[in-house]
Design a protein around this ligand. Structure first.
Ligand SMILES: Nc1ncnc2c1ncn2[C@@H]1O[C@H](COP(=O)(O)OP(=O)(O)OP(=O)(O)O)[C@@H](O)[C@H]1O
Length: 765
């Protein structure tokens, strides 16, 4: 959603425009129509962006009237009483749906007093469907014809009396809200996430959920929602990064939350007693917590207490995280609801000041050969089991035909659909597992890089890192504490009196690099733990799904009676087989890619060795020339053959004849300055941009994988020389496929620092 221009608030003050990286919460106000039993109006839409609450003092009181006691509030948009459901959806939510398809998170929530029209806006009725129905419809229509690229899951929960219930599976009882130690990643354990791409199915699910919701009549609203309802739809878009195979994918994942809050209420107005009263108290408590959060956020408070209620914990991301959020505040125009309407407008006005940092959720994943092979084997087993069931097993009992043809056909069709559905679900879960494995692999590589930084530092300090990881971690922490203490002492005593024994800048830099590496490593370990847990969960789901499939297949022999039916199921198996074959082909391609990468590495190594030989020969020849040594004939011949070989390989494609005479002993390395040679030797950045022979510093840039870093020869002000090598050597590591989304820049710098420290130490010695 492109946020609308910020409007002035209730106090009519101009607002500071939001920072470019941030997006302000959009606030809309909807006024519901006056009811027949509500004789007097007190509130109206003054324009498309403002609402007026009339002063209810005597209109004949001229003096007071003149003072302009009517209060005007301005918002991003104000919907008057006769605004259609469609318009409300178009203005507030339709753009959010597009955003979600593009990988953004978005939330739209309805806020307001009881009976103000929240459920009408969010759910509506069959003749005037609300936001939830329209958004789901648009989402599913958008992905309808691209089911291979999109996966959509939905969940629907209610928060009733501070208890969470799954509206799609109410039998599951109360569910627990979980979050990590930092209060992030809030999840409802055991909530059903239903995966579907059928609009009809999703509408049925929504209806089912709405029926399960707790609704009771009160004096204010005959169908008062006694709970907060949260509908969540997650859309995952997988885009292949290599055109032919699906081995590397770019994933865009967006989530849309649609929330119908319960309305705040006054017990004397709702005439609530007993259970209703208790519900009202819970509703009010959670809305109060929400109000407090809105207050704190609108004032830019550094600490906002989301922990006061489950509602605020669930809304945390929408109010302060990576999420585009729209609040639709609902008000009644009735004089009898004036206080409630005023309160709603005040909170809506405050919410106008809240902004979120919004970014797209995009990440790349690569699938790996071994993962593919396991999946393919498992798929093949499934298929062969299914085939056995079809061909070998006849109906167990020579059962009389129990059902008529139509019923039987229906049964077979149903069974077939169920088997296909479980198969598809299995494929999806297997892909998910592969994604998780890929991510874990990426994390493992990240961890490896950090270990490398640390082990470099440790080896410089003559410690054996691998045997003493825990000890090393403790030592670094100890040294960090020592350093902090020193710094505290220094700052207290006024900096500028540093003594020589405090170590060189290089040591301090090295130490901070290693400390950073330990920090990164701890983060990576935590993330590894989280992803491993997720893996276990998906594995469990896959096993459940597989069991379901087996149970369905067991029914096959009983229902298949004609050869036609067997034929249809055989075709179905064929489709599955083809799917497995497709995966096998993808895997083969991956194997070939790996092989090519491995060979590239071997070539690079040979090339490096050859360059070293060239350098040695060149220097020897220089020495011979300088000392006027006569070459023995056989050596001369060898030089000649060698030179011809090199030039034949180098110039083959360019038809440039080498003019080199072995008698005059031109240095062989002269060929390095020839651009054609350099081009042919390697496409992997072997030469400097200006055509000069690359330096060892360039080589380090390659090792560190970052050619933008500064010159290592002058790293941290220290001259660093690399004896013996005047030419650039290609990196020994092949470029790793774009696996992990984590940034490696810091690691690279740290690694370079650690390596540079080594050289400094070598030079000093
Ligand atoms: N814009 C509207 N147009 C027509 N009828 C409306 C509109 N808004 C609300 N209503 C009607 O007003 C009544 C109360 O609305 P609704 O149930 O949506 O209120 P609510 O804010 O969800 O209340 P609660 O918090 O008690 O659940 C319903 O009968 C609803 O159909």
């Amino acid at each position: 959603m492109t946020p609308q221009t910020p409007s002035s608030s209730g106090s009519e003050e101009a607002k500071v425009p939001p920072k470019s990286a941030e997006e302000r919460l959009m606030v809309a106000v909807r006024i519901r129509p006056l009811k027949s039993d509500e004789p007097q109006r007190t509130l109206y839409a003054a324009s498309k962006k403002s609402v007026v609450i009339e002063d209810d003092t005597d209109k004949n009181d001229v003096l007071r009237h003149k003072r302009g006691a009517d209060k005007q509030y301005s918002f991003d948009v104000v919907f008057s009483e006769n605004t259609s459901q469609e318009e409300v959806y178009e203005v507030t939510t339709s753009s959010l749906v597009k955003d979600v398809l593009n990988g953004y998170n978005a939330t739209v929530f309805a806020y307001g007093a009881t009976g103000a029209g929240k459920t009408h806006t969010m759910v509506g009725d069959p003749s005037a469907p609300g936001i939830m129905v329209r958004a789901l419809n648009d989402l599913f229509n958008a992905v309808k014809d691209k089911q291979d690229q999109y996966s959509v899951t939905m969940s629907y929960l209610e928060l009733y009396n501070e208890q969470i219930r799954d509206l799609l599976n109410p039998a599951s009882g109360y569910l627990e809200l979980r979050e990590d130690s930092r209060g992030r990643n809030i999840q409802v354990a055991g909530l059903s996430e239903i995966s579907t791409t059928s609009t009809n199915e999703v509408m049925l699910l929504l209806q089912k959920g709405n029926k399960a919701r707790t609704v009771e009549p009160t004096a204010v609203n005959k169908t008062s929602s006694r709970s907060h309802a949260l509908l969540s739809v997650t859309v995952k878009h997988s885009i292949p990064l290599d055109k032919k195979s699906h081995l590397r994918m770019r994933i865009k994942q967006g989530r849309l939350f649609m929330i119908d809050l319960a309305g705040s209420e006054r017990a004397n107005k709702t005439k609530s007693r007993g259970k209703r009263l208790q519900e009202g108290a819970h509703i009010n408590r959670s809305l109060l917590a929400l109000g407090n959060c809105i207050n704190a956020l609108s004032e830019g408070a550094r600490y906002v207490n989301f922990r006061d209620s489950k509602l605020t914990r669930l809304l945390k991301e929408a109010l302060s995280g990576n999420c585009r959020t729209v609040m639709i505040a609902h008000v009644s125009p009735s004089l009898g609801q004036k206080e409630e309407s005023r309160n709603t407008l005040i909170y809506a006005d405050r919410a106008n000041n809240i902004s979120n940092k919004v970014e797209r959720n995009i990440y790349d994943v690569s699938y790996h050969v071994t993962q593919y092979q396991t999946v393919i084997n498992e798929l093949k087993n499934e298929i062969s089991r299914l085939q056995t069931k079809m061909t070998e097993e006849r109906p167990r009992s020579a059962a009389p035909v129990r059902l008529n043809t139509m019923e039987r056909n229906k049964e077979v069709r149903l069974l077939r659909e169920q088997i296909v559905a479980t198969f598809k679900e299995q494929m999806k879960l297997r892909r998910k597992l592969m994604e998780i494995d890929s991510h874990l692999l990426g994390l493992g590589m990240d961890a490896e890089r950090q270990h490398l930084v640390i082990s470099h530092w440790e080896s410089r300090n003559n410690k054996l890192y691998k045997n003493n990881i825990n000890q090393s971690r403790a030592q670094t922490q100890q040294s960090l504490r020592r350093k902090m203490k020193n710094e505290g002492f220094r700052s207290a005593d006024n900096v500028g009196h540093e003594t020589a024994d405090e170590g060189s800048d290089g040591e301090i830099e090295g130490e901070s690099a290693v400390q950073q590496a330990w920090g990164e490593l701890a983060d990576i370990e935590r993330e590894q733990e989280r992803w491993s847990e997720l893996r276990t969960l998906i594995e469990q789901k896959l096993e459940d799904c597989r069991q379901r499939g087996v149970a369905l297949e067991d029914k096959l022999p009983d229902v298949l009676s004609s050869d036609d039916e067997r034929e249809i199921l055989a075709l179905m198996c064929r489709v599955h087989e083809l799917e497995a074959d497709k995966m096998a082909l993808q895997s083969e391609r991956l194997v070939r890619q790996h092989e090519l990468r491995r060979r590239d590495l071997v070539i690079l190594r040979y090339d490096r060795q050859r360059q070293l030989c060239e350098e040695i020969i060149t220097r020897q020849r220089q020495l011979m020339e300088e000392n006027k040594l006569k070459l023995p004939y056989d050596l001369q011949e060898l030089y000649q053959i060698y030179q011809q070989e090199i030039h034949a390989a180098t110039y083959a494609d360019y038809s440039v004849s080498p003019i080199v005479s072995p008698d005059k002993l031109p240095p062989i390395s002269k060929i390095y300055s020839d651009p054609i040679f350099r081009k042919s030797v390697s496409t992997a950045d072997l030469s400097g941009a200006d055509g000069t022979p690359p330096s060892s510093a360039d080589s380090d840039d390659l090792i560190a994988g970052n050619s933008n870093l500064g010159n290592v020869d002058n790293f941290m002000g220290h001259p660093v020389s690399r004896p013996g090598l005047s030419m650039r050597l290609p990196p020994l590591q092949p470029p790793s496929p774009g696996l992990a989304p984590r940034s490696t820049e810091n690691t690279d710098q740290n690694l370079r620092r650690a390596i540079s420290q080594d050289s400094i130490a070598t030079n000093k010695n």
